[in-house]
Ligand binder design. Sequence first.
Ligand code: M6R
Length: 606
Amino acid sequence: MCGIVGYLGPQNAVDIVLEGLARLEYRGYDSAGVCFKNERQKLEVVKKEGKLENLISELKNHTTSSHIAIGHTRWATHGIVNDKNAHPHFFDEFPHVSIVHNGIIENFHEIKKDLESEGIIFHTETDSEAFLGLLAFELKSGSNLKDAIVSAFKKIEGNSALVVINDKSNELFAIKKSAPLVCGKNSKTNNLMVSSDPYALVGHVSDIYFPEDEVLCELKINGESTLKFFELDGRESRRFLHKIEEGNLEVSDKGHFDHYMQKEIYEQPGLIRSLAQKYLSDKGLEGLKSVSEFRPSLVHISACGTAWHAGLIIKNYLETVSKVPTVIDLASEFRYRNPLLNNGELGLFISQSGETADTLAAQELCKKNNLKTISIVNVDGSTLFRDCDFNLLIHAGVEIGVASTKAFTLQVLTGRLYAQALAGEINKEKVLKDYSLLADRIDELLNNIEKIKNIAEEISNNKGYIFTGRGIYFPVALEGALKLKEIAYVHAEGYAAGELKHGPIALIDEEMVNIAFIGPELYDKTYSNLLEVKARKGIIVGIGPKNDQKLSESCNYYIPLNFEGLGDLAPLYTNVVGQLLSYYLAKYKGTDIDKPRNLAKSVTVE
Ligand code: M6R
Protein backbone atom coordinates (compact mmCIF):
# COMPACT_ATOMS: atom_id res chain seq x y z
CA MET A 1 0.00 0.00 0.00
CA CYS A 2 1.02 3.65 0.01
CA GLY A 3 4.67 4.19 0.78
CA ILE A 4 6.12 7.31 2.36
CA VAL A 5 9.75 8.46 2.33
CA GLY A 6 11.23 11.76 3.53
CA TYR A 7 14.86 12.85 3.70
CA LEU A 8 16.65 15.83 5.16
CA GLY A 9 20.45 16.14 5.15
CA PRO A 10 23.59 16.87 3.20
CA GLN A 11 22.96 14.46 0.32
CA ASN A 12 20.72 14.86 -2.71
CA ALA A 13 17.32 14.48 -1.09
CA VAL A 14 15.42 13.58 -4.25
CA ASP A 15 17.85 10.77 -5.08
CA ILE A 16 17.55 9.30 -1.59
CA VAL A 17 13.77 9.59 -1.60
CA LEU A 18 13.60 7.91 -5.02
CA GLU A 19 15.85 5.12 -3.81
CA GLY A 20 13.56 4.66 -0.79
CA LEU A 21 10.46 4.64 -2.99
CA ALA A 22 12.08 2.02 -5.21
CA ARG A 23 12.63 -0.15 -2.15
CA LEU A 24 8.97 0.25 -1.26
CA GLU A 25 7.78 -0.69 -4.76
CA TYR A 26 7.20 -4.23 -3.52
CA ARG A 27 4.33 -2.96 -1.38
CA GLY A 28 2.24 -2.26 -4.50
CA TYR A 29 1.30 1.17 -5.90
CA ASP A 30 -0.13 2.84 -8.95
CA SER A 31 1.41 6.34 -9.01
CA ALA A 32 4.35 8.11 -7.43
CA GLY A 33 5.51 11.62 -6.66
CA VAL A 34 8.01 13.81 -4.84
CA CYS A 35 8.07 17.31 -3.40
CA PHE A 36 11.39 19.07 -2.79
CA LYS A 37 12.59 22.54 -1.95
CA ASN A 38 14.20 23.89 -5.11
CA GLU A 39 17.12 26.30 -5.52
CA ARG A 40 14.76 29.26 -5.15
CA GLN A 41 13.61 27.78 -1.82
CA LYS A 42 10.18 27.09 -3.31
CA LEU A 43 8.37 23.78 -3.03
CA GLU A 44 8.26 21.90 -6.30
CA VAL A 45 6.00 18.90 -6.82
CA VAL A 46 6.41 16.28 -9.54
CA LYS A 47 4.03 13.31 -9.68
CA LYS A 48 3.13 10.70 -12.23
CA GLU A 49 0.64 7.92 -12.74
CA GLY A 50 2.14 4.45 -13.18
CA LYS A 51 5.53 3.06 -12.30
CA LEU A 52 8.37 4.92 -10.65
CA GLU A 53 10.18 5.03 -14.02
CA ASN A 54 7.55 7.51 -15.23
CA LEU A 55 8.32 9.81 -12.33
CA ILE A 56 12.07 9.41 -12.76
CA SER A 57 11.90 10.30 -16.43
CA GLU A 58 9.70 13.35 -15.70
CA LEU A 59 12.21 14.48 -13.06
CA LYS A 60 14.89 14.70 -15.77
CA ASN A 61 13.18 17.94 -16.81
CA HIS A 62 13.74 19.44 -13.33
CA THR A 63 16.78 20.58 -11.36
CA THR A 64 16.57 18.47 -8.25
CA SER A 65 19.61 19.48 -6.23
CA SER A 66 17.82 19.75 -2.92
CA HIS A 67 18.54 18.74 0.65
CA ILE A 68 14.98 18.21 1.76
CA ALA A 69 12.30 16.16 0.05
CA ILE A 70 9.31 13.91 0.62
CA GLY A 71 7.99 11.21 -1.68
CA HIS A 72 5.11 8.81 -1.98
CA THR A 73 3.89 5.76 -3.82
CA ARG A 74 0.09 5.74 -3.94
CA TRP A 75 -2.21 2.72 -3.86
CA ALA A 76 -5.53 4.27 -4.83
CA THR A 77 -8.41 4.17 -2.38
CA HIS A 78 -10.26 7.47 -2.92
CA GLY A 79 -10.19 8.68 -6.52
CA ILE A 80 -8.98 7.06 -9.71
CA VAL A 81 -5.35 6.49 -10.60
CA ASN A 82 -4.02 9.62 -12.33
CA ASP A 83 -1.31 12.28 -11.95
CA LYS A 84 -3.63 14.64 -10.14
CA ASN A 85 -4.67 12.23 -7.39
CA ALA A 86 -1.05 11.15 -6.83
CA HIS A 87 0.80 12.51 -3.76
CA PRO A 88 2.39 14.79 -2.58
CA HIS A 89 -0.58 17.14 -2.37
CA PHE A 90 0.02 20.82 -2.89
CA PHE A 91 -2.07 23.94 -3.50
CA ASP A 92 -0.70 26.31 -6.19
CA GLU A 93 -2.68 29.11 -4.52
CA PHE A 94 -1.01 28.42 -1.12
CA PRO A 95 2.39 27.04 -2.11
CA HIS A 96 3.99 26.93 1.36
CA VAL A 97 3.27 23.42 2.45
CA SER A 98 2.87 19.97 0.96
CA ILE A 99 1.93 16.58 2.41
CA VAL A 100 2.07 12.84 1.82
CA HIS A 101 -0.40 10.50 3.48
CA ASN A 102 -0.88 6.81 4.08
CA GLY A 103 -4.23 5.62 5.45
CA ILE A 104 -7.78 6.84 5.19
CA ILE A 105 -9.30 10.10 6.44
CA GLU A 106 -12.79 8.85 7.11
CA ASN A 107 -14.41 12.27 7.61
CA PHE A 108 -12.74 13.83 4.54
CA HIS A 109 -16.06 14.61 2.90
CA GLU A 110 -17.30 16.76 5.79
CA ILE A 111 -13.89 18.46 6.17
CA LYS A 112 -13.71 19.34 2.48
CA LYS A 113 -17.27 20.68 2.50
CA ASP A 114 -16.63 22.89 5.55
CA LEU A 115 -13.36 24.22 4.13
CA GLU A 116 -14.87 24.92 0.72
CA SER A 117 -17.28 27.26 2.46
CA GLU A 118 -14.18 29.02 3.88
CA GLY A 119 -12.75 29.51 0.40
CA ILE A 120 -10.31 26.56 0.21
CA ILE A 121 -10.35 25.02 -3.27
CA PHE A 122 -9.71 21.29 -3.61
CA HIS A 123 -8.23 19.81 -6.77
CA THR A 124 -8.33 16.06 -6.28
CA GLU A 125 -10.78 13.33 -5.36
CA THR A 126 -8.57 12.11 -2.52
CA ASP A 127 -9.31 12.00 1.18
CA SER A 128 -5.68 13.02 1.84
CA GLU A 129 -6.17 16.50 0.43
CA ALA A 130 -8.56 17.22 3.32
CA PHE A 131 -5.55 17.28 5.66
CA LEU A 132 -3.72 19.72 3.41
CA GLY A 133 -6.86 21.87 3.36
CA LEU A 134 -7.01 21.90 7.16
CA LEU A 135 -3.33 22.77 7.33
CA ALA A 136 -3.62 25.60 4.82
CA PHE A 137 -6.61 26.98 6.66
CA GLU A 138 -4.77 26.99 10.01
CA LEU A 139 -1.65 28.56 8.49
CA LYS A 140 -3.66 31.24 6.74
CA SER A 141 -5.31 32.00 10.07
CA GLY A 142 -1.86 32.71 11.55
CA SER A 143 -0.95 29.47 13.33
CA ASN A 144 2.66 28.35 13.34
CA LEU A 145 3.35 25.14 11.42
CA LYS A 146 3.63 22.84 14.43
CA ASP A 147 0.36 24.04 15.95
CA ALA A 148 -1.33 23.88 12.56
CA ILE A 149 -0.29 20.24 12.09
CA VAL A 150 -1.51 19.28 15.56
CA SER A 151 -4.79 21.08 15.12
CA ALA A 152 -5.40 19.57 11.66
CA PHE A 153 -4.42 16.11 12.91
CA LYS A 154 -6.92 16.32 15.77
CA LYS A 155 -9.71 16.96 13.28
CA ILE A 156 -9.18 13.94 11.08
CA GLU A 157 -10.75 10.55 11.79
CA GLY A 158 -9.43 7.13 10.80
CA ASN A 159 -5.97 5.62 10.63
CA SER A 160 -3.26 7.75 9.02
CA ALA A 161 0.44 8.51 8.78
CA LEU A 162 1.36 11.93 7.44
CA VAL A 163 4.55 13.79 6.57
CA VAL A 164 4.66 17.55 6.02
CA ILE A 165 7.27 19.65 4.20
CA ASN A 166 7.25 23.46 4.12
CA ASP A 167 9.08 26.23 2.29
CA LYS A 168 10.03 28.35 5.32
CA SER A 169 12.25 26.05 7.35
CA ASN A 170 14.48 23.02 6.96
CA GLU A 171 12.11 20.77 8.83
CA LEU A 172 9.94 17.77 8.16
CA PHE A 173 7.11 16.83 10.49
CA ALA A 174 5.49 13.42 10.75
CA ILE A 175 2.63 12.04 12.78
CA LYS A 176 0.52 8.91 12.79
CA LYS A 177 -2.41 7.05 14.26
CA SER A 178 -2.63 3.27 13.78
CA ALA A 179 -0.50 3.37 10.64
CA PRO A 180 3.18 2.51 10.22
CA LEU A 181 5.78 5.24 10.62
CA VAL A 182 9.49 5.12 11.34
CA CYS A 183 12.11 7.85 11.70
CA GLY A 184 15.86 7.50 11.49
CA LYS A 185 18.96 9.49 12.19
CA ASN A 186 22.67 9.26 11.60
CA SER A 187 24.57 11.72 13.77
CA LYS A 188 27.81 11.17 11.86
CA THR A 189 26.42 11.87 8.40
CA ASN A 190 23.61 14.18 9.56
CA ASN A 191 21.07 12.15 7.60
CA LEU A 192 17.49 12.32 8.84
CA MET A 193 14.78 10.15 7.38
CA VAL A 194 11.16 9.24 7.82
CA SER A 195 9.21 6.45 6.16
CA SER A 196 6.30 4.08 6.40
CA ASP A 197 8.76 1.17 6.24
CA PRO A 198 12.20 0.73 7.85
CA TYR A 199 13.35 -0.89 4.62
CA ALA A 200 13.59 2.57 3.01
CA LEU A 201 16.09 3.69 5.65
CA VAL A 202 18.61 0.90 5.30
CA GLY A 203 22.16 2.15 4.91
CA HIS A 204 21.30 5.80 5.55
CA VAL A 205 20.65 5.91 9.29
CA SER A 206 22.16 4.35 12.38
CA ASP A 207 19.35 4.95 14.86
CA ILE A 208 15.77 3.95 14.18
CA TYR A 209 12.77 5.29 16.09
CA PHE A 210 9.23 3.92 15.99
CA PRO A 211 6.96 6.66 17.34
CA GLU A 212 3.73 5.72 19.07
CA ASP A 213 0.37 7.06 17.99
CA GLU A 214 -0.21 10.83 18.21
CA VAL A 215 3.45 11.69 18.72
CA LEU A 216 4.65 14.55 16.54
CA CYS A 217 8.09 13.84 15.05
CA GLU A 218 10.26 16.82 14.17
CA LEU A 219 13.21 16.25 11.83
CA LYS A 220 15.30 19.37 11.63
CA ILE A 221 18.61 20.63 10.27
CA ASN A 222 19.93 23.76 11.83
CA GLY A 223 23.68 23.34 11.69
CA GLU A 224 23.35 19.84 13.11
CA SER A 225 20.58 17.35 12.55
CA THR A 226 18.03 16.80 15.31
CA LEU A 227 15.15 14.41 15.69
CA LYS A 228 12.66 15.25 18.43
CA PHE A 229 9.31 13.90 19.52
CA PHE A 230 6.45 15.90 21.00
CA GLU A 231 3.11 15.18 22.60
CA LEU A 232 0.16 16.96 21.06
CA ASP A 233 0.22 19.48 23.96
CA GLY A 234 3.79 20.49 23.05
CA ARG A 235 5.69 18.63 25.79
CA GLU A 236 8.66 16.62 24.65
CA SER A 237 7.72 12.95 24.32
CA ARG A 238 9.50 9.69 25.12
CA ARG A 239 6.79 7.59 23.53
CA PHE A 240 8.85 5.86 20.90
CA LEU A 241 10.85 2.69 20.52
CA HIS A 242 14.53 3.28 19.80
CA LYS A 243 16.66 0.68 18.05
CA ILE A 244 20.19 0.76 16.79
CA GLU A 245 20.36 -0.33 13.17
CA GLU A 246 22.69 -3.29 13.41
CA GLY A 247 22.80 -4.12 9.76
CA ASN A 248 20.09 -6.78 10.29
CA LEU A 249 18.00 -5.16 7.65
CA GLU A 250 19.43 -6.15 4.32
CA VAL A 251 18.54 -4.73 0.99
CA SER A 252 17.42 -7.75 -0.97
CA ASP A 253 18.20 -8.32 -4.62
CA LYS A 254 16.97 -11.00 -6.99
CA GLY A 255 20.40 -12.51 -7.51
CA HIS A 256 20.27 -14.92 -10.45
CA PHE A 257 16.53 -15.45 -10.16
CA ASP A 258 13.97 -13.96 -12.55
CA HIS A 259 11.66 -12.85 -9.77
CA TYR A 260 11.76 -12.21 -6.05
CA MET A 261 8.96 -14.75 -5.64
CA GLN A 262 11.10 -17.41 -7.26
CA LYS A 263 14.07 -16.47 -5.10
CA GLU A 264 11.91 -16.56 -1.98
CA ILE A 265 10.58 -20.03 -2.86
CA TYR A 266 14.17 -21.24 -3.18
CA GLU A 267 15.20 -19.66 0.11
CA GLN A 268 12.83 -21.91 2.05
CA PRO A 269 15.07 -24.92 2.78
CA GLY A 270 17.88 -22.73 4.14
CA LEU A 271 15.48 -20.69 6.22
CA ILE A 272 13.82 -23.81 7.67
CA ARG A 273 17.21 -25.08 8.84
CA SER A 274 18.21 -21.75 10.36
CA LEU A 275 14.80 -21.29 12.06
CA ALA A 276 15.26 -24.62 13.82
CA GLN A 277 18.77 -23.68 14.88
CA LYS A 278 17.67 -20.27 16.18
CA TYR A 279 14.78 -21.61 18.24
CA LEU A 280 16.68 -24.64 19.50
CA SER A 281 19.66 -22.65 20.72
CA ASP A 282 19.72 -22.01 24.47
CA LYS A 283 18.41 -18.50 23.92
CA GLY A 284 15.70 -19.68 21.53
CA LEU A 285 14.53 -22.41 23.90
CA GLU A 286 14.49 -19.94 26.76
CA GLY A 287 12.24 -17.65 24.67
CA LEU A 288 9.86 -20.47 23.76
CA LYS A 289 9.73 -21.52 27.39
CA SER A 290 8.79 -18.07 28.62
CA VAL A 291 6.12 -17.60 25.91
CA SER A 292 4.57 -20.95 26.75
CA GLU A 293 4.53 -20.46 30.53
CA PHE A 294 1.03 -19.07 30.15
CA ARG A 295 -1.25 -21.95 29.22
CA PRO A 296 -4.46 -20.49 27.78
CA SER A 297 -7.87 -22.09 28.13
CA LEU A 298 -8.67 -21.07 24.54
CA VAL A 299 -6.63 -19.53 21.72
CA HIS A 300 -8.18 -17.01 19.31
CA ILE A 301 -6.12 -16.86 16.10
CA SER A 302 -6.66 -13.89 13.77
CA ALA A 303 -4.86 -13.20 10.51
CA CYS A 304 -5.48 -12.33 6.86
CA GLY A 305 -4.82 -14.02 3.53
CA THR A 306 -1.87 -16.37 3.49
CA ALA A 307 -1.20 -15.77 7.18
CA TRP A 308 -4.75 -16.99 7.88
CA HIS A 309 -4.02 -20.17 5.94
CA ALA A 310 -0.91 -20.63 8.09
CA GLY A 311 -3.19 -20.11 11.09
CA LEU A 312 -5.45 -22.97 9.98
CA ILE A 313 -2.50 -25.36 10.16
CA ILE A 314 -1.31 -23.88 13.44
CA LYS A 315 -4.81 -24.37 14.89
CA ASN A 316 -4.43 -28.03 14.04
CA TYR A 317 -1.06 -28.19 15.85
CA LEU A 318 -2.42 -26.38 18.90
CA GLU A 319 -5.29 -28.81 19.19
CA THR A 320 -3.47 -32.04 18.38
CA VAL A 321 -0.07 -31.34 19.94
CA SER A 322 -0.88 -28.94 22.80
CA LYS A 323 -4.50 -30.01 23.34
CA VAL A 324 -5.54 -26.38 23.62
CA PRO A 325 -8.94 -25.55 22.09
CA THR A 326 -8.42 -23.01 19.32
CA VAL A 327 -10.69 -20.87 17.19
CA ILE A 328 -9.56 -18.99 14.13
CA ASP A 329 -10.98 -15.95 12.36
CA LEU A 330 -10.20 -13.80 9.41
CA ALA A 331 -9.07 -10.66 11.21
CA SER A 332 -11.51 -8.51 9.23
CA GLU A 333 -14.40 -10.64 10.56
CA PHE A 334 -13.18 -11.14 14.12
CA ARG A 335 -13.60 -7.58 15.30
CA TYR A 336 -17.15 -7.22 13.99
CA ARG A 337 -18.60 -10.50 15.20
CA ASN A 338 -18.49 -9.55 18.87
CA PRO A 339 -16.38 -12.55 19.88
CA LEU A 340 -16.69 -13.85 23.42
CA LEU A 341 -13.34 -13.11 25.04
CA ASN A 342 -12.71 -14.35 28.54
CA ASN A 343 -9.98 -14.24 31.15
CA GLY A 344 -7.38 -16.91 30.70
CA GLU A 345 -7.68 -16.92 26.90
CA LEU A 346 -5.04 -15.87 24.40
CA GLY A 347 -5.02 -13.84 21.19
CA LEU A 348 -2.56 -15.20 18.60
CA PHE A 349 -1.86 -13.02 15.56
CA ILE A 350 -0.02 -14.13 12.47
CA SER A 351 1.41 -11.64 10.01
CA GLN A 352 4.37 -11.25 7.71
CA SER A 353 4.43 -7.45 7.79
CA GLY A 354 3.08 -6.86 11.26
CA GLU A 355 1.25 -3.87 9.80
CA THR A 356 -1.98 -5.39 8.46
CA ALA A 357 -4.74 -3.06 9.65
CA ASP A 358 -7.33 -5.76 10.35
CA THR A 359 -4.88 -7.93 12.26
CA LEU A 360 -3.79 -4.95 14.34
CA ALA A 361 -7.42 -4.14 15.12
CA ALA A 362 -8.02 -7.74 16.19
CA GLN A 363 -5.02 -7.52 18.52
CA GLU A 364 -6.31 -4.26 19.96
CA LEU A 365 -9.69 -5.83 20.65
CA CYS A 366 -8.09 -8.73 22.53
CA LYS A 367 -5.90 -6.35 24.48
CA LYS A 368 -8.91 -4.23 25.47
CA ASN A 369 -10.53 -7.39 26.80
CA ASN A 370 -7.45 -8.13 28.90
CA LEU A 371 -6.34 -11.15 26.89
CA LYS A 372 -2.64 -11.92 26.60
CA THR A 373 -1.48 -11.49 23.02
CA ILE A 374 1.25 -13.23 21.02
CA SER A 375 2.40 -12.52 17.50
CA ILE A 376 3.98 -14.85 14.96
CA VAL A 377 5.52 -12.17 12.81
CA ASN A 378 8.33 -11.50 10.36
CA VAL A 379 9.08 -7.82 10.79
CA ASP A 380 10.91 -7.09 14.02
CA GLY A 381 9.78 -3.74 15.41
CA SER A 382 6.55 -3.67 13.37
CA THR A 383 3.39 -2.36 15.02
CA LEU A 384 2.11 -5.85 15.80
CA PHE A 385 5.48 -6.77 17.28
CA ARG A 386 5.39 -3.71 19.49
CA ASP A 387 1.77 -4.12 20.57
CA CYS A 388 1.81 -7.80 21.57
CA ASP A 389 2.86 -9.10 24.98
CA PHE A 390 5.07 -11.78 23.39
CA ASN A 391 6.49 -12.24 19.93
CA LEU A 392 7.74 -15.22 18.00
CA LEU A 393 9.75 -13.96 15.04
CA ILE A 394 9.70 -16.19 11.98
CA HIS A 395 13.13 -15.02 10.77
CA ALA A 396 12.21 -15.15 7.08
CA GLY A 397 14.25 -12.09 6.07
CA VAL A 398 12.71 -9.44 3.85
CA GLU A 399 9.89 -10.83 1.71
CA ILE A 400 9.56 -8.70 -1.41
CA GLY A 401 7.21 -10.72 -3.64
CA VAL A 402 3.65 -9.62 -3.00
CA ALA A 403 2.66 -13.28 -3.10
CA SER A 404 3.76 -14.59 0.25
CA THR A 405 5.70 -17.86 0.07
CA LYS A 406 8.56 -18.25 2.53
CA ALA A 407 6.66 -16.35 5.23
CA PHE A 408 3.85 -18.95 5.09
CA THR A 409 6.25 -21.84 5.60
CA LEU A 410 8.06 -20.16 8.48
CA GLN A 411 4.86 -18.99 10.15
CA VAL A 412 3.61 -22.57 10.25
CA LEU A 413 6.93 -23.89 11.54
CA THR A 414 7.15 -21.23 14.22
CA GLY A 415 3.56 -21.98 15.25
CA ARG A 416 4.44 -25.66 15.48
CA LEU A 417 7.35 -24.87 17.83
CA TYR A 418 4.99 -22.83 19.98
CA ALA A 419 2.47 -25.69 20.05
CA GLN A 420 5.20 -28.12 21.10
CA ALA A 421 6.47 -25.73 23.74
CA LEU A 422 2.94 -25.42 25.14
CA ALA A 423 2.77 -29.18 25.30
CA GLY A 424 6.11 -29.20 27.11
CA GLU A 425 7.31 -31.44 24.31
CA ILE A 426 10.32 -29.89 22.67
CA ASN A 427 12.73 -32.67 21.93
CA LYS A 428 15.64 -30.70 20.49
CA GLU A 429 17.20 -33.51 18.45
CA LYS A 430 13.88 -34.65 17.03
CA VAL A 431 12.79 -31.16 15.98
CA LEU A 432 16.16 -30.51 14.32
CA LYS A 433 15.89 -33.82 12.51
CA ASP A 434 12.29 -33.21 11.40
CA TYR A 435 12.93 -29.68 10.17
CA SER A 436 16.06 -30.72 8.35
CA LEU A 437 14.20 -33.62 6.68
CA LEU A 438 11.56 -31.17 5.49
CA ALA A 439 14.26 -28.83 4.18
CA ASP A 440 15.94 -31.74 2.35
CA ARG A 441 12.70 -32.82 0.71
CA ILE A 442 11.96 -29.28 -0.45
CA ASP A 443 15.51 -29.03 -1.78
CA GLU A 444 14.97 -32.23 -3.80
CA LEU A 445 11.74 -30.85 -5.16
CA LEU A 446 13.35 -27.56 -6.14
CA ASN A 447 16.10 -29.41 -7.95
CA ASN A 448 13.56 -31.32 -10.06
CA ILE A 449 11.04 -28.82 -11.27
CA GLU A 450 10.86 -29.75 -14.98
CA LYS A 451 7.69 -31.79 -14.60
CA ILE A 452 5.91 -29.08 -12.60
CA LYS A 453 6.97 -26.49 -15.16
CA ASN A 454 5.59 -28.56 -18.03
CA ILE A 455 2.31 -29.22 -16.27
CA ALA A 456 1.96 -25.50 -15.52
CA GLU A 457 2.39 -24.76 -19.21
CA GLU A 458 -0.07 -27.42 -20.32
CA ILE A 459 -2.84 -26.28 -17.99
CA SER A 460 -2.15 -22.57 -18.35
CA ASN A 461 -5.07 -21.88 -20.68
CA ASN A 462 -7.78 -23.83 -18.93
CA LYS A 463 -11.07 -22.35 -17.79
CA GLY A 464 -10.52 -22.52 -14.06
CA TYR A 465 -8.74 -24.30 -11.23
CA ILE A 466 -10.18 -26.02 -8.17
CA PHE A 467 -7.65 -26.90 -5.50
CA THR A 468 -8.71 -29.61 -3.07
CA GLY A 469 -7.36 -31.24 0.05
CA ARG A 470 -8.57 -32.74 3.30
CA GLY A 471 -7.50 -32.20 6.91
CA ILE A 472 -4.15 -30.45 7.08
CA TYR A 473 -4.05 -30.35 3.25
CA PHE A 474 -7.23 -28.25 3.10
CA PRO A 475 -5.33 -25.04 4.09
CA VAL A 476 -2.76 -25.98 1.42
CA ALA A 477 -5.58 -26.11 -1.15
CA LEU A 478 -6.78 -22.67 -0.05
CA GLU A 479 -3.25 -21.31 -0.19
CA GLY A 480 -2.58 -22.85 -3.63
CA ALA A 481 -5.70 -21.23 -5.05
CA LEU A 482 -4.90 -17.85 -3.50
CA LYS A 483 -1.37 -17.93 -4.89
CA LEU A 484 -2.57 -18.81 -8.37
CA LYS A 485 -5.31 -16.21 -8.56
CA GLU A 486 -3.19 -13.40 -7.20
CA ILE A 487 -0.27 -13.79 -9.59
CA ALA A 488 -1.79 -15.44 -12.70
CA TYR A 489 -5.13 -13.56 -12.66
CA VAL A 490 -7.12 -16.74 -13.28
CA HIS A 491 -10.12 -18.04 -11.44
CA ALA A 492 -9.06 -20.48 -8.76
CA GLU A 493 -10.86 -21.78 -5.67
CA GLY A 494 -9.73 -23.87 -2.74
CA TYR A 495 -12.15 -26.44 -1.31
CA ALA A 496 -12.14 -29.19 1.25
CA ALA A 497 -12.19 -32.23 -1.01
CA GLY A 498 -15.23 -33.65 0.75
CA GLU A 499 -17.16 -30.47 0.07
CA LEU A 500 -17.01 -30.72 -3.73
CA LYS A 501 -20.21 -32.66 -4.05
CA HIS A 502 -22.07 -30.03 -2.03
CA GLY A 503 -21.98 -27.57 -4.92
CA PRO A 504 -18.67 -26.90 -6.65
CA ILE A 505 -18.79 -30.20 -8.53
CA ALA A 506 -21.29 -28.49 -10.84
CA LEU A 507 -18.31 -26.59 -12.26
CA ILE A 508 -16.46 -29.73 -13.33
CA ASP A 509 -16.18 -30.42 -17.05
CA GLU A 510 -13.34 -31.20 -19.45
CA GLU A 511 -12.08 -27.62 -19.23
CA MET A 512 -11.84 -27.46 -15.45
CA VAL A 513 -8.61 -28.41 -13.65
CA ASN A 514 -8.65 -30.02 -10.21
CA ILE A 515 -5.35 -29.66 -8.40
CA ALA A 516 -5.70 -32.33 -5.73
CA PHE A 517 -3.43 -32.57 -2.68
CA ILE A 518 -3.57 -36.14 -1.42
CA GLY A 519 -1.61 -36.92 1.71
CA PRO A 520 -1.17 -40.36 3.27
CA GLU A 521 -3.75 -39.40 5.91
CA LEU A 522 -7.35 -39.74 4.71
CA TYR A 523 -5.94 -41.12 1.47
CA ASP A 524 -8.94 -43.29 0.56
CA LYS A 525 -11.47 -40.54 1.17
CA THR A 526 -9.51 -38.00 -0.85
CA TYR A 527 -8.94 -40.51 -3.62
CA SER A 528 -12.71 -41.10 -3.87
CA ASN A 529 -13.24 -37.36 -4.24
CA LEU A 530 -10.72 -37.37 -7.06
CA LEU A 531 -12.63 -40.15 -8.83
CA GLU A 532 -15.79 -38.05 -8.61
CA VAL A 533 -14.00 -35.35 -10.59
CA LYS A 534 -12.62 -37.89 -13.05
CA ALA A 535 -16.11 -39.30 -13.64
CA ARG A 536 -17.13 -35.81 -14.80
CA LYS A 537 -14.16 -35.47 -17.15
CA GLY A 538 -12.31 -32.89 -15.04
CA ILE A 539 -8.55 -32.62 -15.61
CA ILE A 540 -6.75 -33.85 -12.53
CA VAL A 541 -3.32 -32.81 -11.31
CA GLY A 542 -2.71 -35.19 -8.42
CA ILE A 543 -0.03 -34.29 -5.88
CA GLY A 544 0.37 -37.37 -3.75
CA PRO A 545 2.55 -40.19 -2.40
CA LYS A 546 5.17 -41.57 -4.80
CA ASN A 547 4.87 -44.98 -6.47
CA ASP A 548 1.13 -44.80 -6.29
CA GLN A 549 -0.37 -46.89 -9.06
CA LYS A 550 -3.89 -45.61 -8.47
CA LEU A 551 -2.91 -41.97 -8.74
CA SER A 552 -0.71 -42.58 -11.70
CA GLU A 553 -3.63 -44.23 -13.53
CA SER A 554 -6.41 -41.87 -12.47
CA CYS A 555 -4.73 -38.48 -12.78
CA ASN A 556 -4.06 -36.64 -16.03
CA TYR A 557 -0.89 -35.38 -14.38
CA TYR A 558 0.67 -36.96 -11.32
CA ILE A 559 3.32 -35.29 -9.16
CA PRO A 560 4.76 -38.00 -6.91
CA LEU A 561 6.20 -36.90 -3.57
CA ASN A 562 8.15 -38.66 -0.88
CA PHE A 563 6.07 -38.18 2.27
CA GLU A 564 8.02 -40.69 4.34
CA GLY A 565 8.91 -39.45 7.80
CA LEU A 566 7.38 -36.00 7.33
CA GLY A 567 4.26 -36.56 9.43
CA ASP A 568 2.41 -33.32 10.12
CA LEU A 569 5.08 -31.29 8.29
CA ALA A 570 4.06 -32.76 4.94
CA PRO A 571 1.56 -29.97 4.09
CA LEU A 572 4.49 -27.54 3.85
CA TYR A 573 6.21 -29.83 1.39
CA THR A 574 3.11 -30.17 -0.81
CA ASN A 575 2.55 -26.44 -0.58
CA VAL A 576 5.82 -25.79 -2.40
CA VAL A 577 4.35 -27.65 -5.39
CA GLY A 578 1.42 -25.19 -5.27
CA GLN A 579 3.86 -22.27 -5.15
CA LEU A 580 5.79 -23.58 -8.15
CA LEU A 581 2.71 -24.37 -10.22
CA SER A 582 1.39 -20.85 -9.61
CA TYR A 583 4.75 -19.26 -10.34
CA TYR A 584 5.26 -21.05 -13.67
CA LEU A 585 1.64 -20.71 -14.74
CA ALA A 586 1.88 -16.95 -14.13
CA LYS A 587 5.16 -16.89 -16.03
CA TYR A 588 3.49 -18.46 -19.07
CA LYS A 589 0.74 -15.88 -18.79
CA GLY A 590 3.32 -13.10 -18.66
CA THR A 591 1.86 -11.33 -15.62
CA ASP A 592 3.74 -9.04 -13.26
CA ILE A 593 4.61 -11.78 -10.76
CA ASP A 594 6.30 -9.75 -8.04
CA LYS A 595 3.86 -6.86 -8.18
CA PRO A 596 0.53 -8.26 -9.31
CA ARG A 597 -2.09 -5.74 -10.36
CA ASN A 598 -4.31 -4.21 -7.67
CA LEU A 599 -2.41 -5.84 -4.81
CA ALA A 600 -0.36 -4.38 -2.03
CA LYS A 601 2.21 -6.19 0.05
CA SER A 602 1.23 -4.59 3.28
CA VAL A 603 -2.49 -3.86 3.64
CA THR A 604 -2.58 -0.94 6.02
CA VAL A 605 -6.21 0.04 5.48
CA GLU A 606 -9.30 -1.88 6.59
O1 M6R B 1 1.55 -8.98 6.23
P1 M6R B 1 0.47 -9.98 6.50
O2 M6R B 1 0.98 -11.36 6.62
O3 M6R B 1 -0.39 -9.61 7.68
O4 M6R B 1 -0.46 -9.95 5.21
C1 M6R B 1 -1.64 -10.68 5.15
C2 M6R B 1 -2.15 -10.79 3.73
O5 M6R B 1 -2.40 -9.52 3.21
C3 M6R B 1 -1.15 -11.52 2.83
O6 M6R B 1 -0.84 -12.79 3.30
C4 M6R B 1 -1.71 -11.64 1.39
O7 M6R B 1 -2.82 -12.50 1.39
C5 M6R B 1 -0.62 -12.13 0.44
N1 M6R B 1 -0.56 -11.30 -0.71
C6 M6R B 1 -0.83 -13.52 -0.02
O8 M6R B 1 0.15 -13.94 -0.90
